[in-house]
Design a binder for this molecule. Structure first.
Ligand SMILES: [Fe+2]
Length: 204
């Protein structure tokens, strides 16, 4: 099996109370594992494609045979999104980013609080399932965006710096229909050192 689920960098109960243990277990063992398993199934008869990283696959969907393109988009996207998402959160995290990222957020959005408001609003406005992101866009500027389903900003040529899963599976067991509460709770989990590392990455 060419693609494997990465180990979770903390235990299922580590993000309590903001992400409850059952949500974390279902999210990782149910949803993420299924994306990996379905990606492997889709590429089972395409060994050359299966040598590529999942990021490479989703950045060039036009190169994927049409028959499996949607499966690779959804499951490859799901694998990439969740692999980055687990590292974007940490126990006893949150607070403020430091240094250059904080300055860049303030100069782009007016203040850190305005950035947070814009991020939450974009997460709430995403109809149905998807993600909200802070990206570096193709012009090199910071931007808040959202994607549908398991699409990733890499598919649009944007580089994801911070992302939050707004699929119901990410929050419904604890927050039910209150997505806005999940988005506010998320700030207590943001692993800013990892986000700063992504911000400093030159990859596009
Ligand atoms: Fe998810």
């Amino acid at each position: 099996m060419p693609y494997e689920i990465p180990q979770l960098p903390y235990s299922f109960d580590a993000l309590e109370p903001y992400v409850n243990t059952l949500t974390m277990d279902c999210h990782y063992n149910g949803h993420h594992k299924a994306y990996v398993s379905n990606l492997n199934k889709a590429l089972a008869e395409h060994p050359a494609l299966a040598e590529k990283s999942p990021e490479e696959l989703i950045q060039n969907l036009a190169a994927i045979p049409e028959k499996i393109r949607t499966a690779v988009r959804n499951n490859g996207g799901g694998h990439v999104n969740h692999s980055m998402f687990w590292k974007m959160m940490a126990p006893r995290a949150g607070g403020l980013p430091s240094g250059k990222l904080l300055e860049a957020l303030a100069s782009t959005f007016g203040s850190f609080a305005e950035f947070q408001g814009k991020f939450e609003a974009a997460g709430l406005a995403r109809f149905g399932s998807g993600w909200v992101w802070l990206v570096r866009n193709q012009s090199g500027a910071l931007e808040v965006t959202s994607t549908a389903n398991q699409d990733n900003p890499l598919m649009e040529g944007n580089y994801p710096i911070l992302g939050c899963d707004v699929w119901e599976h990410a929050y419904y067991l604890k927050y039910q229909f209150r997505r806005g509460e999940w988005l506010k709770a998320f700030w207590n989990l943001v692993n800013w050192p990892e986000i700063e590392r992504r911000f400093a990455t030159k990859a596009s």
